[in-house]
Each structure stands twice: as structure tokens, then as C-alpha cells.
Design a protein around this ligand. Sequence first.
Ligand code: DGL
Length: 262
Amino acid sequence: MEDFDNRPIGIFDSGVGGLTVLAKIKEVLPNESLIYFGDTANVPYGGKTPEQLLKYGQDIVRFLRSHDVKAVVMACGSTSSSVYNELAMENPDLLLVDVIRPGVKACVEMGLRNIGFIATATTIKSGLFGRLLKKQSPNADLLTKACPMFALMVEAGVTHGPVAKWVVETYIGQWRGKIDALVLGCTHYPLLTDILSPVLGGDIQYIDLATHTAQALKSRIRLNNGDTIPQYEYFVSGDAAAFSKTAHFLMQGDLSVAQIRL
Ligand code: DGL
């Protein structure tokens, strides 16, 4: 059993966005080894169909399982909202944690009422966040908006400056004064917080999926026994150097990244 507990945790996303989840998992579970996969050959996931996302998810889960992971975190709102059930059914022996359900749980527990939810087009189209929220908080009011440019901006390192601010204003400027909380329904979006907050003002509560996903994982995982030094490995399906450069620019850390074709 000790060996099982010390196996790594797999984490995946289309690109750098899932690193926001990885960073929180590192904070909350410092003894765990982590394997990250960024599917940069297929980024963005935001406009992809559930069929496409299922195929990507299946390939990635297979790859992560070949590294003997004890759990997989779907650090991506788009796959979480469209293919979580299918992947969970195909991997009944694997702990699979998504980012949408922990986000809903957080909103319910905080008793939030006037909520704005921004995410990729695929996540908004799935309607999952709203359905789960209404089941548990029938009185909550929810505004939703697909922001297809945001993940692309983050992948390109465009997280500041007048153009980025203008895109934010165009998507959500009309929500000023109308919401109390903004759920960042895509894991790329916490990297835009600096330009989101001036548009909506300081009184808004920002709900980032990473924090709540890391807590959900912690509550469900069999913890590493602390005998081993945690290892962090990073893989991408696209250009490894480009990924390291963006990750370094956005998160100020040096990552050694390997390219792998699934
Ligand atoms: N970060 C992912 C999400 O949470 C994917 C964004 C994208 O590639 O469009 O939806």
C-alpha cells in the first residue's frame, strides 16, 4: 500500500492554464509528485466538440496511466464540463477529479447569489455549471459568458496592456455593478486577474477553480507517506520550448519540459 500512496498525480489541460491548478496542488499537497501534460498541439480546447475532447482525454489519461499515476486531475473546464462522466466510466479504478464540480460546491457553500460565470464556449455550451448550481442553490442568479479570446491571449502571454483590457471590457464590462462574484470557469483565467479586477471593481469575489479543485483532491486522495522527495515532470504535445517560455513568463518559474506525441 505504501508504494501505491507514493505514486504521482497526473494533471492535464490544453496548455499553460492547468499550471494554475498544479500550483495550488503543490501548495496544498507539498509531498506529492506531479506529472503535468499540456496538449499544446490541440490548444485551444474551448471550441472543440465533446467527441474531440473525449478522444484527447482518452489519449492523455492513457499516457498518464502509463506513468502509474494514482489520480488524474482534469485541470481544464472544457473537458471537465463535457467528458468527465465518460472518462470516469472508462477508468473506474482511477481517482478522477474535475474542476467544475468543486467550483459549484464552493459557490454553494459560500451562499453566493449574484454570480457571473465566464468560461470557454465549450464549457458555456455544456450548461453544466448552471445545472449543478441551480440544483443546490435554486435562488442563485447566474449570468454566463463565453470568452473565446481569453485562453488564446494567455497562451500568447498577452495578459496585460490596452488590447487585453479592451477585450476584457468587451466581454464583461456590462456586468459592472450586477454581480457579487465572478467564477473563472477556465483554468487559464486566473492569469488574467490583474486586468479583470479593474473592469469589475474591487468588491467582487473571484472564485478560481484551482483553489477548490486542490482542496477536493486533498479530501479524496491517499496521501504520500512523505518518505520520498516529490518530483515534478512536464510534458506537452506541441513545442516544448514555447511552452517553457510562456510558463516562465506567466509564472516566473523555470520548467524542464519534454515533447511527446500521443
Ligand atoms: N484551460 C482550459 C479550460 O479550463 C482550456 C482552455 C482552452 O484551451 O480553450 O477550459
